[in-house]
Each structure stands twice: as C-alpha cells, then as structure tokens.
Design a binder for this molecule. Sequence first.
Ligand SMILES: *Cc1c(COP(=O)(O)O)cnc(C)c1O
Length: 493
Amino acid sequence: MFIETRGNDGKNSQKVPFSYAILNPSASFGGLYVPETLPKITQELLEKWTDKSYKEITCDVLKLFNIDIEDDVIQEAVNLYDNFDDGKNPTPLTQIKDDLFVNELYHGPTRAFKDMALQPFGHILSSLAQKEDESYLILAATSGDTGPATLYTFSNKKNIRVVCLYPNGGTSDVQRLQMTTAEGKNLKVIGINGNFDDAQNTLKSLLSSATFKAELARQNIKLSAANSVNFGRIIFQIVYHIYAYIALAKQQKITIGNPFYTIVPSGNFGNALGAYYAKKMGLPVEKILIASNINNILTDLITTGVYDLRERKLLQTTSPAMDILISSNVERILSDKYGSKRTKELMESLKNDKYYALTKEELEKLQEDFVAFYSDDLFAKKIIKEFSDKGYIMDPHTATCIKAYREYKNKKIPYVLCSTAEWTKFAPTMYNAIKEDYKHYSDKEALEGISKSLHVEIPKCIGELFGKKVLHEDVVGKEAIEPIIFDFLKRTN
Ligand SMILES: *Cc1c(COP(=O)(O)O)cnc(C)c1O
C-alpha cells in the first residue's frame, strides 16, 4: 500500500493501492505517494538473478512490491523493452576504465532514459483506464526528453489522451521534431512562446482554470500525470540499478555481496530515488553520487543541508534536462528519512520562504546515502572531447558524472555511471566539444559531422525525423491554449 509524504488530510484514504496512486498521483497537502514499506532483496535473490533476463528481473521486482496489477498486464508492459536496441539487454553496461562502468540507459525508442520507465508505465496506465472504463487526459510540460517519451508510449492507446507543451526554441531540433512529428490521433503537441518555465506555468494555470475544469467534468474526463512524481515511473527506475550490479557480477567485476558506487546525473531526482530505494531494499550500493550542472541546488542540499531558492535564478546550460531548481522527488527522500510531519513542515517552508534547513542530525542521515558534486559546461565539453578521443561517446548530461568520479575516491570499488541520453539528442553541443569550437551548428549538420568524424551511425529513428511530416504546427501564447485543447478534445471524443 501507498502512503503520503505530507501526511493525510482526512479527505483522502490513509492508504491507497498502487493503481490509485498512479492514476491520482497528487496526495494530501500537495504531497506525493510513497510505498509504506519496501520489499527486501537478499543475496540469494541477487545470485538467482544472475541467470535471469532484464524482463524477468523487472517482473520479479514488481512482484516483490505486491502491487494490484495483473500478472499478464505486467508481462505485456515489460515486453515493451523489446522496442529497445536489444530486448534481451536493454541497458548494456560498458567498461570505460578499470573501475568505471557506464550503465547505458538510452537505448529506447526516443534515445533518452525516460523510455526506461515511460514505456512500461504507459501500458499499465492505459490498461487501468480501460479496466475502469474512464477517460484520462495527461498534461505534460517538457524541456525536451519527457515529451517525446510520453507521446511515444501513449500513441493510440485507448482511454488516454495526451497534451504536451514544449518551449518553442527551448529544445534541440531533434527533440522538437520527435514531438511535432508524433503520430497518434490521441496526441496533441503545442509549442509555447517562451521558455520551459513558461510552459510549466501555462500548465499550472490550466490546472487551476475554472473553465478548463468545468469542461473536463462536462465531458467526464479525468486528469492524470506522467511526470516523474508518478510512482508508476519510479518503480521501473529501481530495476536498472539492480541490473547494473548483476551485469557487473556477470562480467566478473564484482562478487555478489560486495559494494559499488553509482553516479547519477540528476534533475528531478527520479533516477537517484530509484537508486536510493534499491539501496534500501538491500542492493549493496556503497554511496549514491549525485552529479549536477551549475544549477547546483542539490549539491548545496547534500553538502550543507540547506535548500535555498532565495538568491537563485535558473541558468541555461548544455545539460538542459538538469536545469532544475525545484527537484520534486527529494520530497520522497525527506519523508522516508524524517517522517511526514517534518516533510510537510520543510515543504511548506520551501513554498512560503523559498528556503529550508535540515538539522545537523538530519543532514548526517542524508549523507549516509548521498554525496554530491557539480560542474560547468566547460568541464562537460572537455570531458566529451577527452573520452571521444579515446573512443567513447558520452552526452553532456553523462559527462557531469565524471566530476564526481574524479573527486570521490574513497574506496577501491567499481563505479557505475548512469548515462541518460544518447549523443544524438544534443548533437550541436557534442560537435562543439569534439571540434573545440563555438560555432552555431544545426542539429542536422552536427549529427552528420559527428557521424563522419567519429565513424558512428545516426540511428534511423533520429535520421528520419528531418524528412517526416510535421503534424503539430501550433506555436502559441499562453492565452490561446484553452481553445486549442477544447477543440482537440471535441475532435477526439
Ligand atoms: C530527465 C533527465 C535527467 C534527470 O533525471 P531525473 O530523474 O529527473 O533526476 C538527466 N539527464 C537526461 C538526459 C534526462 O533526460
């Protein structure tokens, strides 16, 4: 069963099953749902998993949680890993130094790690909607990677419609085309004049608009969310951390039972939360190393115990998926460590005073599991160049992890670095790094340039984007959103 991070307001149930938590992800007082208890992973189980496939391990982990989803639905959801480059090994673990391994999480259909969770999650959510015979609208605002993965997973799914808002000019060409060429009569993609904050604010004002809510009620449409605060995504993000450990064992780089470090390039903290839950369940993670760019609010929290938004402004970097100041999933760590009463207090302080501070004891508890580092765009550029010269291509988000790897050298144990995007999604930055220049390249020029100079193929799903028909042409101001969505709902009724 699932409980709430900020306690219960007396209107919601005290405890809800998984299906309820994923269809209705917002909990009392603006909180989130978290599992009441975590299942345990024993050493015997880890040993048993060395003979199992990714899909089998995923099914086993979901069964340990004892969630109210039928076995055949789970099996169908997990079978979607067949849409990855290699369904048998969707997250290859590649060794790049004696003690450094890359957990490549980007081999899915949209080439970023969002597919790891959104692929199976999309299937489970739409199965539930069909079973309930309810119609759901999913609203998403994206800075670039969540949008494509959400559209891809829900395309033509019954009982689900998706409206996706993206900042026009705020994404890479590849990311924009992945959205504007998305096929599926249940999908609507709208560009917003402005940046990611504007897209997110537009979404927020929609959610509080009386006319919008009335129209949804009239048409009997319920709202849900597919962002990383939905526990239905987090549960799938536990698995790849476990699988990386199993892969280390299979490559004979670790003996089951011995510890390893994991390094996570973090934004909304979903990926890191998956690692934290895996650790608490019994996976021998020695420490979770959190990597950030110069929007280093997580570095501050984990090193000083202070979360302070007062003097902060969001800075644009070449790792845009980590350009975040309010990192939603941190709340789940707070509630796990300090309880719901304290979490409510801290989150209210963040909302009202744009600030909270942990006590010394609380900070120590946080540091038992986490340590944090940050780096700037110049560092990422140098790292991309250095590694590509040695034959390994990593994207700008992944490159931030190398800072943590170099600075944190406590024990001689393996480091597993989570790689969250393929180079193809951020090609102009990659090409600047490789050529050591500052020229402005289009995505297409950069993709072709890199492909030639590093002798790598551009995956078909990326290359063909440039010739695809744009199906979603709307780019509008905030005020024009409602009528466009109403028209879409009417047409797709
Ligand atoms: C979403 C994303 C991240 C951040 O992941 P969180 O789970 O939100 O911390 C990092 N890198 C890339 C490429 C992403 O798309």
